[in-house]
Each structure stands twice: as structure tokens, then as C-alpha cells.
Design a protein around this ligand. Structure first.
Ligand code: ATP
Length: 243
């Protein structure tokens, strides 16, 4: 059984169909890529999985149990944590306090010094323990992305959703990020669903890739299969020539 099963999910915004009858499975332990040109529906699908948006139709299951019957504020306790494309942090709070927000949502929430100790360990793991007491406001974008990652990890998710983690990174940093995501998966026993425009990164680390275009799933397969798929080539070339 897949860890995450998405069945025939549709989400509209007024007249716009952001996701159209999308089905996909994410197997436990895999790194799975979700790609597609701008506006394809990737972030909307993340928002549906994390229940920021309710789908108009369709079903989502985690570990065989519906996610739609879980209230949005319980989603993290079901084992799903995420980062955001444009970083969503409490700007005036310290880095450490931002990470502690994630600790409150664990299955067995922990507080006080145990929570702080764990949050600091994770900040160290992501390489930014030195800014733990600084306010989030004013820190570089790359650092803020790590804060978000730490907040997600402290919640001890089974499924980690990463929305464009390579955004704003240089070539060398992207290559390090690929190695780091693999290590994360091992160290935290994770399944990873990754939205990313950086094709080198996705093709390099994902075992399976799902492709969206104009809200519909147009392909799925291994990185090799997807790169050779004519519908995928057409979607990307079409987007390029339109641009
Ligand atoms: P990108 O790669 O540019 O981030 P994406 O694949 O994540 O794109 P979405 O942001 O999910 O795409 O958008 C899919 C479609 O739904 C787009 O046409 C977008 O304009 C529309 N859309 C998304 N969110 C909303 C919203 N809150 N209200 C209205 N339309 C929306």
C-alpha cells in the first residue's frame, strides 16, 4: 500500500481548474518528484495534501486512512510536514522559537528543555545552530529555508513535502542539496515529495516523478522515462516557446 494515495482530486478557483482529476501514489521511503511548467498545479496539490485547501472532489489517504476527515490543524500529527516556496515563518520570533512551533504539533508534543534541546539539535543538523537566537527577519533566504526545514523535521513527519528547496541556490549549493535530501531521508526515515523546477536536482535524486501540466497529470515514471516522454517534452517546450 502506498504511503500517500491521491485519487481523482480536482480543485478549482472560480473558473480556473488548478488541479484536474489528479491521481498519484507515493510509496513509503521514496523520493518522489512533482514537476511541471509554471501554473501546472504543483503548489495547489501541496496545499490540498496539507489541507490548506479542500479539494472539490476526490480522495486523499495517508497510510490507508482518509486525510479529508482529519481537520487541517491535525495534519502534521498525521505525519505530514512541509516547507513553502516563499518561506512562511514568524518574522519577529527567533529562529529557535520558529522551530519550536513544529515541536508543538508532534504526536506526543514535548515542551520545555526537551523540546528546546531537540530543536537545537535539528538546527545544528541543518547547519544553522549559530543563528538560533536571532529573529527570523533579516536572515538570508537560504537560511530561512533551513529554518523551515528544521521546523518540519522537529515535527517528526513520515512524509516531508519540499516546495522548491533549490530556489535561490547557486549551482554548487544545489548539488549539495541533492546529497543532503538523500541523507535526510536516511537519517529521519522519511518519504519525500519534492516540487522543484531545477531539473538536474529532481532527475538526480527522485526515484519516481509525476508530471503536471495545466492541472492534469500527463506522465509518471522513472527520471529516464519521464525525460523521454513526448508529452513531457511538449509541455516544457511549449512553455518555453510561449515565454
Ligand atoms: P509555479 O511553478 O509557478 O509555482 P504551480 O505548478 O505551483 O506553479 P499553482 O500555483 O498550483 O501552480 O497554480 C495552478 C493554477 O491555479 C494557476 O493557474 C494559478 O493561477 C491558479 N491558482 C492557484 N492558487 C490560486 C488561488 N488561491 N486563487 C486563484 N487561482 C489560483
Amino acid at each position: 500500500m502506498a504511503l500517500l494515495a491521491i485519487r481523482n482530486v480536482t480543485r478549482r478557483f472560480g473558473g480556473i481548474v488548478a488541479i484536474d482529476d489528479v491521481s498519484l501514489d507515493v510509496e513509503a521511503g521514496q523520493i518522489v518528484g512533482l514537476i511541471g511548467p509554471n501554473g501546472a498545479g504543483k503548489t495547489t496539490l501541496f496545499n490540498v495534501i496539507t489541507r490548506l485547501y479542500r479539494p472539490d472532489s476526490g480522495e486523499l489517504e495517508l497510510g490507508g486512512k482518509s486525510l479529508l476527515r482529519t481537520p487541517p490543524h491535525r495534519i502534521v500529527r498525521r505525519g505530514i510536514a512541509r516547507t513553502f516556496q516563499n518561506v512562511e515563518l514568524f518574522r519577529t520570533m527567533s529562529v529557535l522559537d520558529n522551530v519550536l512551533v513544529g515541536a508543538h504539533t508532534r504526536t506526543k508534543p514535548f515542551r520545555g528543555s526537551a523540546a528546546r534541546g531537540r530543536a537545537l539539535e535539528i538546527l545544528d543538523y541543518v547547519g544553522i545552530a549559530n543563528v538560533a537566537r536571532r529573529p527570523a527577519a533579516g536572515l538570508p533566504f537560504g537560511t530561512l529555508k533551513r529554518v523551515e526545514l528544521a521546523r518540519a523535521l522537529v515535527a517528526e513527519p513520515k512524509l516531508l513535502l519540499l516546495d522548491e528547496p533549490a530556489g535561490g541556490l547557486n549551482h554548487e549549493e544545489v548539488s549539495e542539496l541533492g546529497t543532503f535530501i538523500r541523507k535526510l531521508r536516511e537519517d529521519f526515515d522519511l518519504t519525500v515529495l519534492l516540487v522543484e523546477h531545477h531539473m538536474g536536482l529532481v532527475m538526480g535524486i527522485a526515484e519516481r516523478i509525476h508530471v503536471l501540466d495545466f492541472g492534469r497529470k500527463i506522465a509518471e515514471g522513472t527520471p529516464d522515462e519521464v525525460q523521454r516522454n513526448p508529452a513531457v517534452i511538449e509541455a516544457y517546450l511549449g512553455a518555453e516557446s510561449a515565454a
